[in-house]
Write a protein that binds this ligand. Structure first.
Ligand SMILES: CC(C)(COP(=O)(O)OP(=O)(O)OC[C@H]1O[C@@H](n2cnc3c(N)ncnc32)[C@H](O)[C@@H]1OP(=O)(O)O)[C@@H](O)C(=O)NCCC(=O)NCCS
Length: 172
């Protein structure tokens, strides 16, 4: 890990909160006029990265995106509203939560369409990992997400070990 000139002073969750709004165009959709899953993942990745940038003030790469449920189809002409914030910062990585809403432009009604957790890793221009600032969860919701993020990290690590063991066993 290399040293960084970026301040490592802890930051608040509010300082990382980010939002992106997109109108779904025909290019974003499949033959039924519904938003492509991969395109939604792209928007989620970008919105997650906004919160990560605001936290680290460095270059970042996406290390992982957790399981996503596509709860309801999203149609051409709908508005997609994505909101993100940092849930917890670790040593060189941080977990960001992204929540997606869809708004029907004709009725004004909106509903929750998807959620995801992403892990980003801070790196310098040479690709060396950088320490990230700590996070200060202030509200009860922020403190709950902060605690849950550690459980998800432990689950990811256990899954990574399991997959490594499976690959090792398959190679025997
Ligand atoms: C992400 C990456 C930098 C991790 O490198 P690595 O050598 O495996 O790093 P380490 O094992 O030392 O882990 C570094 C940190 O990343 C975390 N990490 C690594 N792989 C991870 C994964 N798959 N999921 C979640 N976190 C992960 C580790 O927990 C560690 O966090 P910590 O420092 O906060 O404890 C590397 O795998 C990479 O460059 N991947 C490609 C990224 C990319 O191209 N993304 C898409 C375009 S942006």
């Amino acid at each position: 890990m290399s040293s960084t000139e970026t301040s490592l002073a802890a930051r608040t969750v509010a300082s990382t909160q980010s939002e992106m709004t997109e109108i779904i165009m025909p290019n974003d959709t499949n033959t039924l006029g519904n938003l492509l899953g991969g395109r939604l993942m792209h928007f989620i990745d970008l919105t997650g990265a906004l919160a990560a940038y605001r936290h680290t003030h460095t270059n970042i790469v996406t290390a992982s995106m957790d399981h996503i449920d596509f709860i309801q189809p999203i149609h051409v002409g709908d508005l997609l509203i994505l909101k993100s914030s940092v849930n917890r910062a670790f040593t060189t990585s941080l977990e960001v939560g992204v929540k997606v809403w869809v708004e029907n432009t004709q009725t004004g009604q909106s509903h929750h369409a998807a959620s995801a957790y992403l892990v980003f890793v801070a790196i310098d221009r040479e690709g060396r990992r950088l320490k990230v600032p700590g996070l200060l969860p202030e509200t009860p919701d922020e403190q709950r997400r902060y605690a849950d993020a550690l459980l998800r990290r432990q689950h990811r690590e256990a899954e990574a070990v399991r997959r490594r063991q499976e690959r090792h066993a398959a190679a025997q």
